[in-house]
Design a protein around this ligand. Structure first.
Ligand SMILES: *Cc1c(COP(=O)(O)O)cnc(C)c1O
Length: 411
């Protein structure tokens, strides 16, 4: 993201606050992941939670075009959304599924995780009733230490055997999820990996070999080749964000999202004037402040009150007073630069230098992780998609619109 592109983004009519998504970054991050894992390992693009706030359908399309083999979602609904948008790639639900969703998933060819004989039986029954033409692909989820979703390693064989013995079902995959792969110490992740191996051994002794084994999230992929297995499931790295403070993003990967806005009012405060709800900021001296139409309902968190900063007119401008639901006030540079109402504000995200806060910075201000910042960008914020420095599509509350330029640049 840079200034000329920012100008193009603002030629699109609409509210001042927008999230600009660089599709080239998404595609480049998939390509970088493929390079890391090599040609024999699959890449699953994890696009749950509206592609970590980046827009599920646009990101999924881009990731598949760049060579992702499969899409990962957290819920059946998210998978159906992708099918409705015309995506044909294999889709796997990663999280637990309600029995009442099985028909929908099976009917839309969405692959399901299985962690109990009861659930596998329910899928088999649904498949039988629907009369599917080929066995339903299931991925056996083994809990190797996350203690969240999955069957315990000792129970894995029984579930796998059940799946094998039902003609309506097919054991497409076996997977686990790492709890601590973003940490510098690799031991806890190795222990989980060893437990997965032990379970796989039991399966193979019983003559059961899944088509694909997958374990690594972004951190697991970046950590070590030993965790790559048959496929990696990358979420945060797909968006060019690091999985944790101890883990830099890989070379060739870069962030895809930038949040921008425009100044909607400029006010001069007199000494002692208070700003926003609760008057938590009072001007110590005369001060110029600007109004930015972004608030916590957009995902710009209330925790940034009097703490965060954004870039306006090339300068770092601190948040003054409380961030409210829809609006935030920032300090404006006194003398430096000529700032007017309507000028762009770069709130956070992908920028070539540190003059704009990163999602890591925002996470730090709020005491959270970049994942929560990205997924927190709400549906009210229009997503403006750019490719090769041109605006190609917009997704807002009115729907998804492909712009003229898309047809030419895609030709
Ligand atoms: C969300 C998720 C991922 C992706 O994790 P990242 O840390 O974003 O790469 C992978 N696997 C499972 C099971 C997940 O739920």
């Amino acid at each position: 993201m840079d200034i000329p592109l920012l100008e193009r983004v603002f030629r699109i009519p609409g509210r001042s606050t927008r999230a600009v998504i660089d599709l080239d970054a998404i595609g480049g991050n998939v390509a970088a992941a493929k390079k890391i894992v090599g040609p024999s390992v699959g890449v699953m693009a994890v696009v749950k939670a509206n592609a970590y706030g980046h827009g599920a359908t646009a990101v999924a399309r881009e990731a598949v075009a760049a060579g992702a083999d499969q899409l990962g979602v957290a819920t059946v609904d998210e998978g159906v959304q992708l099918r409705n948008a015309g995506l044909k790639a294999p889709i796997l639900v990663l999280g637990p599924v309600d029995d009442s969703e099985i028909d929908l998933a099976v009917g839309r060819s969405i692959e399901l995780p299985v962690a109990s004989i009861e659930f596998a039986a329910a899928v088999a029954e649904a498949a039988e009733q629907i009369g599917v033409s080929s066995p339903v692909p299931l991925h056996l989820k083994i809990d190797t230490g996350m203690r969240r979703f999955g069957v315990e390693p000792e129970g894995a064989l029984a579930v796998a055997q059940f799946v094998r013995n039902r003609p309506e079902l097919r054991l497409r995959g076996v997977f686990t999820h790492f709890a601590r792969a973003d940490e510098a110490d690799e031991r806890p992740t190795r222990e989980q990996s060893d437990l997965l191996d032990a379970a796989l051994h039991q399966l193979s002794a019983a003559g059961i070999v899944p088509e694909v084994v997958h374990a690594a999230n972004s951190a697991g992929m970046l950590h070590s080749e030993r965790f790559h297995r048959g496929a990696v499931r990358i979420g945060i790295a797909l968006y060019g964000l690091r999985p944790g403070p101890d883990m830099p993003i890989a070379p060739g990967m870069r962030p895809a999202m930038t949040i921008v806005s425009r100044l909607r009012r400029i006010t001069n405060l007199a000494q002692g004037d208070a700003v926003s709800y609760g008057g938590t900021y009072r001007a110590a001296r005369e001060e110029r402040v600007g109004l930015v139409p972004i608030g916590y309902a957009d995902g710009y968190r209330r925790a940034f009150s009097n703490t965060g900063w954004m870039n306006a007119g090339g300068a770092a401008c601190r948040v003054r007073g409380r961030v409210s639901m829809d609006q935030t006030v920032i300090a404006l540079p006194g003398e430096a630069g000529h700032i007017e109402v309507g000028d762009p504000v770069v709130v956070a995200g992908a920028w070539p230098d540190a003059s704009v806060p990163s999602f890591d910075d925002l996470a730090e201000w709020a005491g959270t992780i970049n994942y929560e910042i990205a997924t927190g960008v709400s549906s009210r914020v229009p997503r403006v998609y750019v490719r090769k420095a041109a605006v190609v599509a917009v997704e807002d509350l009115f729907g998804h619109r492909v712009l003229e330029v898309d047809r030419t640049s895609n030709a």
